[in-house]
Each structure stands twice: as C-alpha cells, then as structure tokens.
Design a protein around this ligand. Sequence first.
Ligand SMILES: Cc1cc2nc3c(=O)[nH]c(=O)nc-3n(C[C@H](O)[C@H](O)[C@H](O)COP(=O)(O)OP(=O)(O)OC[C@H]3O[C@@H](n4cnc5c(N)ncnc54)[C@H](O)[C@@H]3O)c2cc1C
Length: 389
Amino acid sequence: MPSPFSEEHQQFRNTVRQFCERELAPHAAEWERDELFPNWVFKRAGELGILGAHYPQDVGGAGGDYWFSVAKSEELPRCNTSGVVMGLLVQSDMATPVINDLGTQEQKDEFLRPAIRGEKIAALAVSEPNAGSDVAAIETVARIDGDDYVIDGSKTFITNGTRADFVTLLAKTDPRSGAHGCSFFLVPTNTKGFQVSKKLKKIGNHSSDTAELHFEAMRVPARYRLGEENLGFMYLMQNFQSERIIACTSAVAGGDRMLGEAIDYARNRNVFGKPIIKREYWQHKVVDLMGKLEAARSLAYRGAEAYNVDKHVNQGPVSLSTVRLISLAKIFVGDVMSEIADQCLQLHGGWGYIEEFPIARAWRDQRLFRIGGGTTETMRYYVAKLMGL
Ligand SMILES: Cc1cc2nc3c(=O)[nH]c(=O)nc-3n(C[C@H](O)[C@H](O)[C@H](O)COP(=O)(O)OP(=O)(O)OC[C@H]3O[C@@H](n4cnc5c(N)ncnc54)[C@H](O)[C@@H]3O)c2cc1C
C-alpha cells in the first residue's frame, strides 16, 4: 500500500508532535498523579486545529480526509500519558462524528463548532451499569412531553464525563423495541436533572476522567434530538467505526513506542556478561513482535482507508465490508498490543514492574483497548454474524 500521507498530512503530523512533546509531555507525570489533565489541553488542541482537521470547513474544520485523524492518533501517544490521548480522541472522533453526520445547522453551530475549537468539552454517553456490549439493552428512557423529552436513567464509564459541557447521549425512545427504539440526544450538562454521580478510579489511563452519570426528570428540548427518532442504534453502529479505527491506529503507534523503548533498554542492560539484545532469544522475540506490529498496522490502515473511502470520498455511510474490516482490526490490534506490552515488560525484568519505567504504565494503559469501544469478544460475535455463521 503506498503511503496515504501527503505533505499536508506530514505538516499536520508535525504540529501534533510538537504540541505533544513540548506542551503536554512535560506535565505527564503530574497529570497521572493528579488523575486529571487540565481543560486547557482541549482549548489549545482546538487552537492548533488538531480537533477538526477531518471535519468540513463549514463547521469550522479544515476539510481534510480521514488520514489527518489517523496522523493525529499516531502522534498523540508522544504526550506520554494515555489519558490525554483518550480524552482528545473522544472529543474529536468519538462524541462528535455523529453530530457532523446528522446534526442540523443549529446543532452543529451550538455543539460541533465549539467542540472543534476545544471550547466545549464533549463526552459520548452510551454504556450503562446494566448494558455495555449489548447496547440495545440500555435502560435510560427519553419520554416525549410537549416540546421536550424527559430523560431518566444512568450512564457509566463515560470518558470526559466529570467535566463535559455536553454529552452525546443514547436513550430509549421506545423501550419495548430494543435496537429499534433508541435515539441520540445532545444534552448540555448544565441541564436541570443532570448529575455526575461518581468519578470512577481506574487501573490505568489515570490522567483521564471517567464518570458515572445520573439523569432524573431531565428535560431536553426536542430540537436537541439528533437525527430520526428510533434510529439511534443504527447511527451508533456507524459512529463506532470511527471510534474503533482511530483507537487501532493510535494503539499501533503506542506499540511502536513500547517496542522501541524495550530495544533501547535491552541494548544497555547486561545479563550474564552481554546486553539482553545480544541474546538470540530476545532478538527472535523482538523480530516476531515487529512482524505482528506491522501486520496490525497494515490491517488498521486497510480499515482506515475503507472508512475514508466510504465517508470522505463517497460521502456516504460506512459499508458492511468496512465494518467487518474495522472489527477484524480491533480484534487483531488488541491481541497484538497485549502481547507486545507483556513481552516488553518481561524484557525489562523487575524494572518493568516499577512505576518510573514507561513500560509499567503502558502495560496497564493498553489493557483497556480490548474492552473499550467494544470488547474483543463482541467484535468476534459481530464478525461471525456478518459472515452468516
Ligand atoms: C476506561 C473506560 C472508558 C470508557 N469510555 C466510555 C465512554 O466514553 N462512553 C461509553 O459509552 N462507554 C465507555 N466505556 C465503556 C466500554 O465501551 C464498555 O466497558 C464495553 O463496551 C464493555 O461493556 P461492559 O463493560 O458493560 O461489559 P459487558 O458487556 O458486561 O461484557 C462482559 C464480558 O462479556 C463478554 N461478552 C459480551 N458479549 C459477548 C458475546 N456476544 N460473546 C461472548 N462474550 C461476550 C465481553 O466481551 C466481556 O468479556 C469505557 C470503559 C472503560 C473501562
């Protein structure tokens, strides 16, 4: 596959890289300790055009293709704290694509434009205490009442949830109808009845916030419904594809870093009189991992290219063959990243278990990949269904 990146993509990549290395990485340890990166990170990313490079110009984006998003996702891990990567990708590629796809001009002006500028923080509120993989089983209900919907229910695991200005929320508008009874809403978090009920403590990705939300008699004007009533599940499946592929390309870039750091360590650490890297066992291991990493990158790029063609070239919905490819990428990248993290930690010996070594944090952080945005098992279940098995 020839490189999908043009000179323009490279310039954008450099902007993201400099932002991460100069403005974010120096604070990484502090934000990990504080378990929150500050809100100015969104604002600054917006100023630099990092959040909207792939969105059309008429909503304040740069009008680029999806490879801008891929370049961004590959550079962000240079900030050295995965929570920031997650928070920013939720803002640019997880909570907002559905607004670009379905939003009215009013909705785009009120929510998408300020999100692209980093002035309003966005969160995607889908998962619930009793429904994660099985989205159709959500219990949050939106009941029409005059010109409003009244929403009751709870969400959990919501990234950016403690400080979001608005949430892109999925609720049941027809509770008897499973997948065919869900609708999307844009909900400003200062709406009466919206409550952050808990900040969840995580084993990794410490610098990002993850919240439990509760809604009680929360009145949302009908003009904040996104798209058609009861088609929310279908819209979500479209939206998931952006979330999943961008998570894949970012994870592969994280794998590059883990492997690179492990090789450096192995060059400098002697065991039984010679550097670890001179041990044939580790040479072969590293070579095998490199091959798997390149295979993971190729599959992720194929998914990104298919997504780019569907959405940016054809300006249509994501096709089922693209969904299949992206789901396969999510499975394969997840398995490869877990293996790379585990082997790179092993190569460090005891130091791999000590916080000051980057591999310790990377090992914890990458574990989320096989869970968030659809578990590996759920991806296999979808692909099997698509294959008619
Ligand atoms: C740090 C973090 C951040 C997150 N951010 C967000 C966010 O911003 N917004 C949001 O809406 N959600 C978010 N999530 C939620 C995430 O998407 C869910 O955790 C995920 O979809 C799995 O749902 P669950 O946790 O309810 O697990 P469950 O659905 O209860 O699954 C439990 C187990 O059952 C397995 N399983 C499920 N279905 C099948 C099947 N068909 N066959 C075999 N096994 C199956 C799963 O693979 C898993 O191993 C986040 C989660 C975490 C941990």
